[in-house]
Design a protein around this ligand. Structure first.
Ligand code: ZN
Length: 176
């Protein structure tokens, strides 16, 4: 679940270079000559390069599956109430997605940071939900285990995205 999520850069020289100079691997190899890297390296590091150094003008990209899992678990935990964790739950509600893409706007990112901070306190045992909510939340997380790491690792990834938004002034795009 979840294909990608990304934050674009805001660099002044945010313009593709390889499209004009090297539209494909063979033209890259011809132009660069002996120092040219392998086709695999080109695919992973050179293709879609922008003048500012960001590939395809993307400042940060990651896999959102584990972040969506947190949203599903919170939806199941607080299904009677709409006020708890609205941003995480929006991510887990596919009706908000337009053509399988949802943007968390820059203005919403601050609210999301508060949600992430709250969950970090829960994860560290500094705060607790009410008894039944705490149990439902942990049971939901255990039913749908994280693919990469755990709750703590997924929250760190959220913080990385939030930091990227603060540095670029851009929102976050999520794709299903
Ligand atoms: Zn850039």
């Amino acid at each position: 679940m979840g294909k990608w999520c990304k934050v674009f850069c805001s660099c002044e020289n945010r313009r593709p270079i390889s499209a004009g100079k090297w539209p494909d691997y063979d033209s890259y190899r011809r132009n660069v000559g002996a120092p040219a890297k392998t086709r695999e390296f080109w695919e992973n590091h050179v293709k879609d390069l922008y003048e500012c150094g960001h590939r395809a003008g993307i400042f940060h990209e990651t896999w959102p599956g584990d972040i969506l899992r947190i949203g599903f678990a919170l939806e199941r935990t607080f299904k009677g109430s709409n006020i708890q964790f609205p941003i995480f739950r929006k991510l887990a509600d596919f009706s908000y997605y337009d053509d399988e893409v949802l943007e968390i706007a820059f203005e919403e990112v601050q609210d999301w940071a508060v949600e992430v901070g709250h969950l970090k306190d829960i994860d560290a045992g500094r705060q607790f939900f009410q008894y039944h909510e705490q149990k439902r939340f942990l049971d939901s997380l255990n039913e749908d285990p994280f693919l990469y790491g755990d709750l703590s690792a997924a929250l760190q990834e959220c913080e990385r995205l939030i930091d990227t938004c603060r540095r670029t002034g851009n929102g976050i795009l999520f794709s299903l």
